[in-house]
Write a protein of this length. Sequence first.
Length: 314
Amino acid sequence: MTQHFCFILVEEFSHLAFSCALEPLRIANLVSGQKLYSWSLMSESGERATCSNGLEVFTGNGFDSLPKCDRLFVLSGINMRSHITRPLLATLRRERVKGTPIGALCSGAWVLAEAGFLDGIKAAIHWEYHDGFMEHFPEVNLVRSVFVADEKFLTASGGTATADLMLHLIEENHGADLAIAVADQMVYNTVRDATAEQRVSLQSRNGIRNKHLATAVEIMRNSLEDPCSPSEIAQTIGISTRQLERLFGKHLNASPKKYLMEMRLDRARQLLLQTESSVTEVAFACGFENPGHFSRVYRATFGVTPHAQRSKMS
């Protein structure tokens, strides 16, 4: 049975996220030899939408001619706040009442949050919008994951994370073999599941602008095997531990200790997925002296043990 996906293209939408949304569906049809997926494009004008790189995409459908679909995604990009219109929100709310499964790609989570859909649930958005999103929508449980697929409203953080979400849906609907075959056709060998995180904090604009914070993060990154304490880091960059705590809290929404642990666990996850190192070797490489403690912390964070994480991706 063919599943029909509809995509609402908001002006200045991300062309990269758009391609990463459609191509996995097209390739799934090609590889399987069946029409597993079909799709339609919508825009407010009903004629075309312009992406952030200036290219125009013909849509042929307006909000008043939205076809029946199995999933509806809103896809936006830069300056999305200036393109959130009453007709767009009304369309999404109408489809929600009809029971249409709705999701968002790239900065699209902002649109869903504006419509009031994401209160009290997890959501993902491109890291560039994290600070503003948290300020405007504190009731949304914003996460650093590349995508969120275990909530009523699916969200992906944009770029290749959109492909990760589509591959997840393909696997969910048609099995892991097809999802792997599609990824192979895309020459995409670093497929991420929903436990993967964006490098939000490392690329945070505020963090990069702040000299002390940038230095502190760099020290952490270069000493994951033998982690420095917050007091040692503060002493190295010439500020007090309390000042360091305030910097991390203000710009990264975490304490230095918590942020360092997140970096170590993220590094551990990459080593588990991309190398043949044993779990014990990974634990030591990320500053954990006790493999048992490492496994417990890893499971508490990602929901799976290090051994299960590796088996899941093999």
